[in-house]
Design a protein around this ligand. Structure first.
Ligand code: ADP
Ligand code: MG
Length: 322
């Protein structure tokens, strides 16, 4: 039978918005010494906004058209980055709904491809990270020897060095730079930023005080990931970035093989296998149904403080049993 102290703790947790699926999960919480946190939607609010639109070449004179075409390609994506791009385009560009999208394809952990017809002209469009662009047959601009404009605040040329420098600059600001290719040519960068939840830093500090290591696990690029990590007090040695969705569970297994008892916290479809692999999986209550179904514990309020409460309750419950 479930010890009474565990039953009491489960009820107490529920009143704090922490829904525990089983007594066993609650007991495992008492042994956790590493917590792996998804970045987007878990550490951050998961409500990213579009901050920069940097078209190249001929698209510089047609910045609104560039954004319209990029947003049209993202229209059918459920990814938070896509939602941010589509919402901003709809607000700021008059013709945002004048484009038609066909052949939409989402590539997990990379981006999207689609055909977009705008002002009667069909375009092939790809929007995503460098891996996506590398996979496609996209024409790269020349790497010129003129480095005078590199690392400027905004992009002024289409040479590859300047593009890479701008992507690095955006990442250092904690933004996620996203590349767009139109008709087989690199056409511009859009950047999206998501801010940490108000109490993420405090929760991570409280975990550390309890001897629990916080680790960030994300598909985003390492520079952006480290910028966000430093804002919430996660050591840069504990940032695991650029991880493909299907490899997230492997990263959990690696920590387990080093002797850690691992809690994983995530919100997205991508996180489900890692939640299942962890010793105890926590889903953000506002996250996807798939994540919630794969988790042992659901944090209804969405705050990482719920995680701290859950660990505290079990430590107390375990003391009562002992
Ligand atoms: P996370 O681990 O932060 O949840 P994902 O694994 O979902 O991230 O995505 C990893 C990266 O792939 C993103 O940071 C982005 O660069 C790219 N990406 C994924 N989906 C999209 C999309 N719909 N549009 C643009 N870029 C995307
Ligand atoms: Mg996520």
């Amino acid at each position: 039978a479930t010890p009474l102290s565990v039953t009491v703790s489960t009820g107490r947790a529920a009143r704090m918005g922490v829904l525990v699926r089983s007594a066993e999960a609650l007991e495992t919480c008492g042994k956790v010494n590493a917590v792996v946190l998804d970045k987007t939607g878990t550490i951050t609010a998961g409500k990213p906004t579009l901050t920069d639109v940097l078209p190249f070449g001929k698209w510089r004179r047609q910045a609104d058209d560039f954004l319209t075409i990029v947003a049209a390609a993202e229209r059918d994506s459920e990814h938070p980055l896509a939602v941010a791009i589509v919402a901003t385009a709809a607000e700021h560009v008059d013709a945002a709904d004048a484009a038609q999208t066909t052949d939409f394809q989402a590539i997990a952990g990379r981006g999207v491809t689609a055909r977009v017809t705008f002002r009667g002209l069909p375009h092939t469009v790809a929007v995503g990270n460098t891996d996506l662009i590398d996979d496609l047959d996209v024409d790269m601009p020349d790497v010129t020897s003129d480095t005078s404009e590199i690392a400027s605040e905004t992009i002024h040329d289409t040479n590859l060095d300047a593009i890479i420098a701008d992507m690095e600059l955006l990442s250092q600001q904690g933004k996620t730079p996203i590349l767009a290719a139109i008709d087989g040519h690199l056409a511009g960068i859009v950047a999206v930023a998501d801010v940490p939840k108000a109490d993420s830093r405090q929760a991570i500090e409280l975990l550390r005080k309890r001897g629990v290591e916080a680790v960030m696990l994300t598909g985003d690029n390492p520079t952006t990931a480290r910028a966000i990590a430093s804002q919430v007090g996660i050591d840069e040695r504990h940032v695991i970035a650029g991880v493909r969705p299907e490899r997230k569970a492997d990263e959990i297994a690696k920590l387990q093989s080093q002797g850690y008892t691992v809690a994983m916290v995530g919100d997205g479809i991508n996180d489900a296998p890692a939640l299942a692999r962890a010793n105890v999986g926590f889903a953000i209550g506002t996250g996807t149904d798939v994540a919630v179904q794969s988790a042992d514990v659901t944090l209804m309020g969405g705050s990482l403080m719920g995680l701290v409460h859950a660990l505290d309750l079990t430590h107390a419950a375990m003391r009562n049993i002992a």
